[in-house]
Design a protein around this ligand. Structure first.
Ligand code: MG
Length: 202
């Protein structure tokens, strides 16, 4: 399986990091080894002094496909959850300044947290809210009606470049409110007010 991540898919988040609004989806990948193991704490990496959370809706691919037309894209994902795209922001900024790839800042071990997957009611695709709490205080709130590129647009676009396979995960971008974490912080992710994960930092 692979993890496909979308950057800058909420206008207010692009603004908070001083990034321009994209005209096409921004895509990067994380390897399977980036997946945090459920129930285990996340160790703060030694190569960063600014580890940040990005809470995102995560789709799970349910059907193999490439060159998927947008109008059929909905048939290719059937479960979703929320997760965290952990980012070493200081390292990412250095890499961006130098025009280098982001992987070291985005695809490291434990950088992908995913919650419990639940079946998608497709009628609620664009009327769903999600949030992240840090030490029991809400720090990020998102709504799927605010996506710049819809889930179908993303799946279709990704599949032009990468064959999608059953079990692949798509992180669909974070809303505004990203920020740093510290050892012993507790993060909880909610989708439509249902708790999908809890992770603790070490
Ligand atoms: Mg992200």
């Amino acid at each position: 399986m692979k993890i496909i991540c979308i950057g800058r898919n909420y206008a207010e988040h692009a603004k908070e990091l001083n990034n321009p609004l994209p005209t096409e989806p921004v895509i990067f990948l994380k390897p399977k080894s980036a997946l945090a193991r459920p129930g285990l704490p996340i160790h703060y990496p030694e190569f960063t002094d600014n580890l940040q959370y990005e809470c995102e809706v995560v789709l799970r691919i349910s059907k193999n496909g490439r060159q998927i037309p947008q109008k059929y894209a909905r048939q290719y994902f059937d479960h979703w959850t929320v997760g965290i795209d952990f980012t070493a922001r200081d390292l990412q900024n250095r890499l961006k300044e130098q025009g280098l790839p982001w992987e070291m800042a985005k695809a490291f071990d434990d950088s992908a947290v995913v919650g419990n997957f639940v079946p998608i009611d497709h009628n609620t695709l664009y009327s769903s809210s999600f949030s992240l709490s840090l030490n029991h205080e809400t720090v990020q709130r998102g709504h799927t009606s605010d996506l710049i590129f819809s889930f179908e647009q993303l799946v279709s676009y990704i599949s032009k470049f990468f064959t999608l396979q059953i079990g692949d995960l798509v992180f669909t971008g974070t809303p505004k409110g990203v920020g740093p974490v510290l050892p012993y912080d507790v993060l909880e992710g909610y989708l439509n007010h249902e708790k999908m994960f809890q992770v603790e930092m070490r």
